[in-house]
Design a protein around this ligand. Structure first.
Ligand SMILES: [Zn+2]
Length: 330
């Protein structure tokens, strides 16, 4: 959920569900909160207040996910703590390295933009994929730096991995492993769909870096279609191969793109182009199969007319009579 951040040394707060791009700050937790925990073989779920059943359920769900959620990445993440935050109305979640842990904000999203599964179940699937993505860095240079930087080495090694991969891969996972997920929510991709069906396909660089002039898809949407394309056409473990190549020595320009090219033969621009072409064709076929839209007609005799608000507005009366007038509303 939503996300995210300054990756790298600060710890890549990962990837949150929403699209906030700032480090989470939770000053709302009163010092008097009494914290409890639920422990399983791979998780320690910390919670306060009356969240016993939610904590039990989340711990069980995470334990279920430990293998399947990250199987295509070829990792078995080390045990991790998950904090259930209940003193905020923000709906979000994140994973970070310093210290390495995850936090789930327990207030559910007020809407269906993120899917229709249970809020904490959805967070567990999405955020734990991030845990797997980061643990993939325990090799190559990440392993070399481990004794010096601890879990911070994961952030240093991941500094060249684009946000569209982290988020798109996690959205793809929540879509594959649940009955919902953003990949099934029409509003999730509606702006990209409008762009493509309207003949506006931007360059990869513009899609990644954004624009102040045109609407371009965010990292979640862009990444979902790019990562899914590779999984579909090069196998579900394609990204594990890319990350293995990248993490061996990530510190040179375009090292992540080079990992894609060496694993699949595609440059990152080609991957973008093919992803957009495929989804463009799919959406155009869907649109062509729809019944013709009913033309919009203006009713005969329709015209503008003045409407007067039936209640006098105090501010209007103030202007009419002056702030000290006896006619002011009492
Ligand atoms: Zn995320």
């Amino acid at each position: 959920m939503r996300r995210l951040l300054l990756c790298g040394l600060l710890g890549l707060p990962g990837l949150s569900h929403i699209q906030a791009q700032s480090l989470p700050v939770l000053s709302q937790n009163p010092p008097a909160l009494r914290w409890q925990e639920v422990s399983t073989p791979h998780f320690r779920v910390l919670y306060s207040g009356a969240l016993d059943s939610a904590a039990q359920r989340t711990a069980a769900r995470l334990e279920q996910l430990h293998g399947p959620n990250v199987a295509t990445l070829g990792v078995s993440p080390r045990p991790i703590s998950v904090v259930l935050q209940s003193q905020t109305t923000v709906s979000n979640g994140f994973v970070t390295f310093l210290p390495r842990h995850a936090e789930f904000f327990t207030t559910p999203q007020q809407g269906l933009d993120l899917g229709t599964v249970d809020w904490l179940d959805g967070l567990a699937v999405h955020e734990y994929r991030h845990v797997g993505q980061f643990d993939k860095a325990r090799q190559g240079i990440g392993r070399v730096l481990g004794p010096l930087l601890g879990d911070g080495a994961l952030g240093v090694a991941a500094v060249g991995v684009p946000q569209w991969f982290f988020e798109g891969d996690a959205v793809g996972t929540e879509t594959a492993l649940t009955r919902s997920g953003r990949g099934r929510i029409p509003s999730f991709n509606v702006r990209l769909r409008a762009n493509l069906l309207g003949g506006r396909r931007y360059s990869y660089q513009k899609a990644v870096n954004g624009s102040l002039r045109d609407h371009v898809p965010n990292w979640y949407v862009l990444g979902y279609f790019m990562t899914s394309y590779l999984k579909t056409h090069h196998g579900p473990s394609a990204w594990a191969s890319v990350l293995d190549r990248y993490y061996r020595f990530p510190f040179y320009p375009f090292s992540f793109s080079n990992g894609i090219r060496r694993s699949t033969g595609l440059t990152v621009e080609q991957l973008y182009d093919r992803s957009m072409s495929e989804i463009d064709s799919t959406w155009r076929a869907q649109q062509a199969a729809l019944p013709a839209a009913t033309p919009v007609r203006e009713p005969a005799g329709f015209g503008f007319r003045k409407s007067i608000h039936p209640i006098r507005i105090p501010a209007v009366r103030d202007r009419q009579h002056g702030p000290g007038s006896k006619n002011r509303a009492g």
